[in-house]
Ligand binder design. Structure first.
Ligand code: NAP
Length: 288
């Protein structure tokens, strides 16, 4: 079997188009644009690129907003005070604190302060709890993007299917496992201490790799016809991006597979925009 490509670039463009329409309708109805504010502390080059991409995508989608760039020596108290200020600003619908924070700053108390209704990254304890409980809320962007890819390809009826998620971070592994469970998959969560990972993986109809180890998942790990979602982003020695899945060999076994780049990556920003417009709509609806 040769896998069909789950084209994140194309599907992200569809999501961004939908967001733009909703953002324009929101602006027409409420006389203001949905607002996304991003907090970037320090000068980590990768974070700067990510934030610039988010800023550009938000502008193109018709969202208002601002990036708050703070020096690396910002204190914990100053950062938390900024989050409180953004929480209190009625024109702001979404707040994203770019992670990781520089050494010496603790992300958890910052996320604890962030207003859940503005948590467009879906990382506050309230957002995590709502997901666990199966209640509506703002979901983390990367896992939401993976689920949207499955939906667009008509692959999201997971009743009777076995899924494995490799990686158990709060950002990706845990939330995507809950989302797959909510779609009635039978979910295995694997991690660095899992025994016989290759065998566990080879039983799965859906494989989600969110590890951060270049080409960890090999051909023999993939059951014939499985769907493979590769969240990993790793930079090879030659500077090229590679995923957590050995793409070419796994594509020979899978029915569907996401490429890296061009798979999950573009979906993450698209879902951030989607969360922002959803947060704005919900906040206005709650006032009515
Ligand atoms: P993370 O917090 O470092 O978590 C990695 C997970 O992988 C951990 O649960 C770890 O297990 C597990 N792991 C590590 N080595 C393993 C191994 N040899 N076998 C099995 N499991 C192993 O990373 P993350 O934030 O979830 O990100 C994972 C990857 O996705 C990274 O490459 C990151 O760059 C990428 N990512 C991409 C996007 C996107 O937009 N496409 C967004 C976010 C992240 P333990 O818990 O036991 O340590």
């Amino acid at each position: 079997m040769t896998a069909q490509v789950l084209d994140g670039k194309a599907i992200a463009a569809v999501v961004r188009g939908e967001v733009k329409e909703r953002a324009e309708a929101f602006a027409a109805k409420y006389g203001r644009r949905a607002g996304l504010h991003v907090v970037l502390v320090g000068d980590d080059p990768a974070s700067q690129v990510y934030v610039r991409n988010k800023e550009m995508a938000a502008g193109k989608a018709g969202l208002a907003g601002q990036v708050h760039r703070l020096p690396a020596d910002t204190s914990q108290a100053e950062l938390e005070a900024l989050v409180e200020k953004l929480n209190a600003d009625p024109a702001i619908d979404g707040i994203l604190v770019q992670l990781p924070l520089p050494a010496g700053l603790d992300a958890q108390p910052v996320l604890d302060r962030l207003a859940p209704e503005k948590d467009v990254d879906g990382l506050t304890p309230m957002s995590a709890g709502l997901l666990l409980d199966g209640r509506p809320g703002l979901r983390p962007c990367t896992p939401s993007g993976c689920m949207r890819l499955l939906r667009e390809a008509g692959l999201d009826d997971l009743s009777g299917k076995r899924a494995i998620v490799i990686g158990r971070s709060l950002l990706v592994g845990k939330p995507i496992a809950l989302m797959l469970l909510a779609k009635n998959a039978t979910v295995t969560m694997a991690h660095s201490r899992t025994a016989n990972l290759a065998e566990e993986c080879a039983r799965a109809d859906i494989v989600v790799a969110a590890v951060g180890r270049a080409e960890l998942v090999k051909r023999e790990w993939i059951r014939e016809g499985a769907v493979v979602i590769d969240v990993g982003i790793n930079r090879g020695d030659d500077g090229k991006l590679v995923g957590d899945v050995a793409y070419a060999e796994c594509a020979e076994r899978a029915s569907w597979i996401t490429p890296v780049p061009g798979g999950v990556g573009p979906m993450t920003i698209a879902m951030l925009l989607d969360n922002t417009v959803a947060a704005a709509e919900r906040r206005e609806a709650a006032k009515a």
